[in-house]
Design a protein around this ligand. Structure first.
Ligand SMILES: NCc1[nH]cc(CCC(=O)O)c1CC(=O)O
Length: 322
């Protein structure tokens, strides 16, 4: 008798429809298919709120689950079994019934500068005063304003291709984008400068993928876990604990950098005011196995150093009335 795969053998992977999301999900699909040949892995795509609202600055619409909610509802209904996210888009609090099943190996987590052809060979410190830099992230804005007050910063929305088209059409002189996204979409050659952590700390979870699944589905969890990359997971769990403790979403100027050296993990964290005038930054080192505790401790330290005041100010500025 030949084994015919029953419908229950099919694992359905939820994904956003953007080109980056699809590249990432197809990578996960191929890796899982290779590790679990007895199963069939299908991709189910859906649009999220974040994909549909393109005319409003991200900072103004809030961030809680903007790019993830539809994928989560689908898992809770049993229409899909897991979801692939850019980890930085996944909120630190997940809905009841779901969990972060695995974190995959991280691509370069840094931000990168991409420029219009007329500024070929320029870097942030050689661009002329007034050059227009596109970014939709308050974190990038605050840090870059601090170090390059003579540059002009302008909001930019849309997927990566749209953004690059706007850049090449001359609407911007430069864009700040995640190196990971550019590389995954084949635009690595356009990265003019990888921005060092001394100038701009990256977003929590940047460059890694987070695979979310149902908390009460051990079979799927066991499958998903086979994609976990331990060092990346510990770094990202430290970063996510730091962010959770500060209660800031991805649209608050919070930056991090995490390094592993032997059995030790060093987490650097920053909270910045929107105008980039005030940067509160600190660092903590401890055993890798205490990753989340290190994130919580660093957050508490930063709050005491002035971060609590900065965050309170931002919440009243960005979301008046709430
Ligand atoms: N904010 C959107 C987003 N979410 C994930 C990435 C790609 C990089 C990653 O995996 O962190 C990007 C694009 C960007 O920030 O330039």
């Amino acid at each position: 008798m030949t084994a015919v795969s029953s419908p229950s053998q099919t694992v359905r992977i939820g994904s956003r429809k953007s080109q980056l999301a699809l590249v990432q999900t197809e990578w996960v699909q191929a890796e899982l298919q290779q590790r679990h040949p007895e199963r069939q892995f299908d991709v189910v795509t859906m649009s999220t709120q974040g994909d549909n609202i393109l005319d409003v600055a991200l900072a103004k619409i809030g961030d809680k689950g903007l790019f993830t909610k539809e994928l989560e509802v689908s898992m809770l209904r049993g229409d899909t079994d897991l979801a692939v996210h850019s980890l930085k888009d996944l909120p630190t609090h997940l809905p009841d019934g779901l969990m972060l099943g695995a974190i995959t190996e991280r691509e370069d987590p840094a931000d990168g500068l991409v420029v219009n052809a007329k500024f070929k060979d320029h870097q942030l410190d050689t661009l002329p005063p007034g050059a227009v830099i596109g970014t939709s992230s308050l974190r990038r804005l605050a840090q870059l304003r601090h170090y390059f007050p003579e540059l002009t910063f302008k909001d930019v929305r849309g997927n990566l291709n749209t953004r690059l088209q706007k850049l090449d059409a001359g609407e911007y002189d430069g864009l700040i984008l995640a190196v990971a996204g550019l590389k995954r979409l084949g635009f690595g050659a356009r990265i003019q400068q990888v921005i060092p952590p001394e100038i701009s700390l990256h977003a929590v979870g940047q460059g890694a993928l987070g695979i979310e699944c149902r908390a009460a589905d051990p079979e799927i969890l066991a499958i998903v876990k086979t994609l976990e990359h331990y060092p990346t997971a510990q770094c990202c769990l430290a970063e996510r604990a730091f962010l959770r403790e500060l209660e800031g979403g991805c649209q608050v100027p919070i930056g991090v950098n995490t390094q592993i050296d032997g059995d030790e993990l060093t987490l650097t964290g920053l909270v910045a005011s929107l105008d980039g005038q005030n940067l509160v930054k600190n660092q903590i080192t401890g055993p890798i196995t205490a990753a989340e505790g290190l994130g919580v401790t660093l957050a508490t330290q930063l709050k005491g150093q002035g971060a609590a005041k900065i965050l309170a100010e931002i919440f009243t500025e960005v979301r008046p009335g709430t």
